[in-house]
Design a protein around this ligand. Sequence first.
Ligand code: PEP
Length: 241
Amino acid sequence: MKKLVVANLKMNLGLEAVQKYITTIKGQITNQLLVIICPSFPFLSLFKSAEYQLGSQNTFYKKDGNYTGEVSPSQLKSLGVKYIIVGHSERRLIFHETNKIINQKVAAVLKENLYPILCVGENKEQKLLHKTPVVIKEQLNEALKKIDQEMLNDVIIAYEPIWAIGTGLTPTPGEINSMGEFIKRVMSFEYNANNTRVLYGGSINQNNIKSIFSLENIDGVLIGGAAVNPDLFIETLNKIS
Ligand code: PEP
């Protein structure tokens, strides 16, 4: 199975910059990787291309109705979106998304036969108190409550320590690999999901992508800051091969 690269462009780039982004990366992405681009909602259709897959940074959990400002998994699917990031720490912290909401979103995404990319990760204090496995296990258990057994292998888990996002700091490769192994073990023993893909996200850059990407228990990376500039993004991807 191909390793994944998820580019989370967050709330960056306007129309002109998006057009430039698309022309810059065209033809530059190796088909040995499964690259998923997650732009802001208004630009999703512009990004449709055979070279990469389309992802969304967020969704609501209802299918349709009077929910001003929200976008549903079925609407995203109609635009060609296949992957949806759920539970990003910025959604949890800034928009107060609870584990219950995240659980509803995971269920709604799977119901449309799309792939949720479920983000989990500890904060700095929890890390210092050596609580990382407990925190991650609880986030998984809450987010996966009552999810149909046969759909669990479609859930992609992104291990994103909050203290590593946008800070230039990362856990050691050994720590990242252990967390990948831990998450796979939880998914296998508790949920009988034996094919879970685990990504790492948090301050991926040109210097660290190769060593993290090659870890045994890591199936890909989620990139924020280093994906926003298209030239830098391609340079970063080129470091993998
Ligand atoms: C993210 O926000 O998911 C992320 C990984 O960001 P960055 O790469 O900038 O740390």
